[in-house]
Ligand binder design. Structure first.
Ligand code: CS2
Length: 506
């Protein structure tokens, strides 16, 4: 192949064209049978649980191939489907790159939206697979909003259009809780053992939240089914961690240029990874423990640590980054002031109120987190992290704030991050220019922004009235309202970077 030759598409027949430094699975993929069904095949799953599963298969081979199911876009057909479910993951740290072919995924099913051709057949295929005895594990990364819960309370949102749909049509669900419930119903009907239900989203008590959503729906559909699911289904809480930005066309192009192979399923992440699972499922699981996953009795301390430190910094700074016109998280962290601000909030405002985390040196964890977020090779868009902020800020910013208020520790940096979210969610940057807000609450928050007519206190009051995000406590705290309004006013007067520098100087 000459230098200008077209790259060949990744797939089973082109594997010998992948250059040797791209590591391949050490097990025989031809012998791999499906055993895991994963809901929500995005970049994160492919770079996290699928890699752990590949490691587990190498350590102790078993029937743990992954069938990836998407109930929402993207359609995996043109990417993974056309590649026999093969793809590579690339880890980047500064100038270091490590590439590996992941073999654990064996099939994908993408269900087109309701009303689209083949919706019914594909949904049936997904449900048949999910309820077959071969599948012993169901993992999920469906994003926070996939649970259809009310962020402030964790309860199923019965007004959610997809939930309303599934109450009326339980046999043809469109929501994630509806799909899981239908799968459980089919298994219970046919006497097929129930799989482990393992949520891998950044949702507080993710497994329990899934359980609440599934049971909330079951209660509306069939009380007897509700009782059986409540008694028999095992929902596992987990903490997951690895930064995996959305893959960009530039990443795919660079991979093709350097390897001669085009991989439309490529994912790019950081070397760091962590997975902590609640040790509560009594059936067989892949040997994820041999891949470094930790099985513990109580995941909560790990989850709180991760959500308040790693995600806490991301969600504090991403909106301030968008307001400052900074595209990537690493650009934000490279600006003088931002990284120091992050470290200061975490050490003074968050760490003092964390529960003890067994086996983790929290100070070292914070230093490592700052290093990870500075990694210039990761192109993690501030807009991507800001997406669905309404579903994220409770666990990342509001809970640490509440803990700080209870303990009497400082919380000025947290308040600045929350004010940043409010300004961002209003749909205008500091200079009054329109910004894109991609969030289930966007219509409401933009309307609050417009109605406030530029008055910071009115904006803050309007936002705090959204009890689905903020609950009821903060709106009655006049001091907090005033401090938030002061921060919003500052963010409107000057660039976020200057506000942060003032903060650091104070
Ligand atoms: C990010 C996370 O977009 C986001 O919400 O905060 O995806 C984050 O990168 C991961 O949780 C890191 O483990």
């Amino acid at each position: 192949m000459g230098a200008a030759a077209q790259p060949i598409r990744l797939g089973a027949s082109s594997l010998d064209r992948l250059p040797a430094p791209v590591r391949r699975p050490a097990y025989d993929r031809a012998r791999l049978n499906p055993g895991i069904l994963h809901l929500g095949v995005g970049a994160f799953h492919r770079c996290h649980q699928a890699e752990y599963t590949d490691d587990a298969l190498e350590a102790a081979f078993g029937p743990w191939g992954i069938v990836g199911v998407n109930l929402r876009a993207p359609d995996l057909g043109p990417t993974l489907g056309a590649q026999g479910s093969l793809y590579c993951r690339e880890l980047r740290d500064g100038s270091q790159t490590d590439r590996r072919l992941i073999g654990a995924m064996v099939d994908t099913i993408s269900v087109p939206g309701e009303g689209q051709p083949s919706h019914h057949e594909t949904l049936k295929r997904a449900l048949d697979t999910a309820s077959s005895a071969a599948i012993g594990v169901v993992t999920l990364t469906v994003t926070e909003k996939g649970y259809c819960h009310i962020p402030a309370t964790g309860e199923l949102d019965l007004d959610h259009p997809d939930i309303r749909h599934d109450i009326a049509n339980p046999q043809a669900p469109v929501s994630v809780p509806g799909f899981v419930l239908r799968m459980l119903a089919l298994r219970l009907q046919s006497g097929t053992p129930l799989p482990a239900l393992i949520s891998c989203d950044n949702v507080p008590d993710n497994g329990s939240t899934l359980r609440r959503s599934v049971l909330g729906l079951a209660a509306r559909i069939d009380p007897a089914l509700h009782d059986r699911v409540a008694r028999e289904a095992q929902f596992v809480n987990t903490m997951v961690d690895r930064i995996v930005p959305a893959t960009r066309p530039e990443d795919i192009a660079a991979f093709a240029l350097e390897t001669g192979v085009e991989d439309l399923g490529l994912v790019v992440g950081e070397p760091f990874r962590m997975w902590v699972l609640e040790d509560r499922f009594d059936g067989p699981l892949p040997a994820w423990d041999r891949a470094g996953a930790l099985f513990v009795r109580d995941v909560a301390p790990y989850e709180i640590l991760k959500m308040r430190v790693v995600n806490g910094i991301q969600s504090n700074l991403c909106q301030l980054g968008v307001l400052s016109g900074l595209e990537f998280m690493s650009d934000v962290m490279a600006q003088e002031g931002f990284a120091e601000f992050a470290e200061r909030i975490i050490t003074r405002e968050v760490v003092p109120n964390l529960p003890p985390v067994p086996g983790v040196d929290v100070a070292g964890y914070v230093t490592e987190t700052i290093r990870r977020l500075r990694n210039p090779a990761l192109k993690h868009r501030t807009q991507q992290i800001s997406t669905d902020g309404s579903q994220k800020i409770k666990q990342r910013l509001l809970e640490p704030l509440r803990a700080g208020l209870r303990a009497g520790t400082p919380c000025d940096g947290l308040l600045l991050g929350i004010a940043g979210w409010m300004q961002y969610a209003s749909g205008r940057d500091s200079g009054g220019q329109r910004i894109e807000v991609n969030d289930p609450f966007a219509e409401r928050t933009r309307a609050i922004g417009t109605a406030s007519g530029g008055d910071a206190a009115t904006l803050v009051d309007g936002m705090l009235e959204i009890d689905g995000i903020f609950g009821f406590d903060l709106r009655s705290d006049t001091a907090i309202r005033a401090r938030l309004a002061d921060n919003v006013a500052k963010l409107r007067k000057q660039p976020a970077l200057l506000v942060i520098r003032d903060f650091l100087a104070s």
